[in-house]
Design a protein around this ligand. Structure first.
Ligand SMILES: [Zn+2]
Length: 101
């Protein structure tokens, strides 16, 4: 799986480390290799923000078929787990902090 690369020292961050860093929800993430502060790029942040908004709509095509709420809830959980696993792959790092939008 693709994982982010430090924009300063170009070392690749491991999936596990990136994942842990994401959930500290800090603006600046310190690179474990060079100790420099790294920021999430604007485009990566937009992708990460959009994901939770998109998930509920993934259930919509199944609604006319009378799929039970239980299965919809299960699908929702599967999607969330998939996103949690895929999140580090969406991460892109920058040396500069970009404005939010
Ligand atoms: Zn680095």
């Amino acid at each position: 799986m693709k994982t982010p690369t430090c924009a300063n020292c170009h070392n690749q961050w491991s999936w596990k480390m990136t994942w842990k860093k994401i959930f500290t929800f800090k603006q600046a993430i310190t690179c474990p290799f060079c100790g420099e502060k790294q920021y999430i790029t604007k485009s990566a942040r937009q992708k990460l923000t959009l994901l939770p908004i998109v998930i509920p709509f993934m259930n919509v095509p199944f609604l006319p078929f009378g799929v039970s709420g239980f299965y919809l809830a299960m699908m929702y959980v599967v999607c969330l787990v998939g996103i949690a696993i895929g999140m580090p792959a969406l991460y892109e790092l920058s040396n500069e902090e970009e404005s939010l939008w």
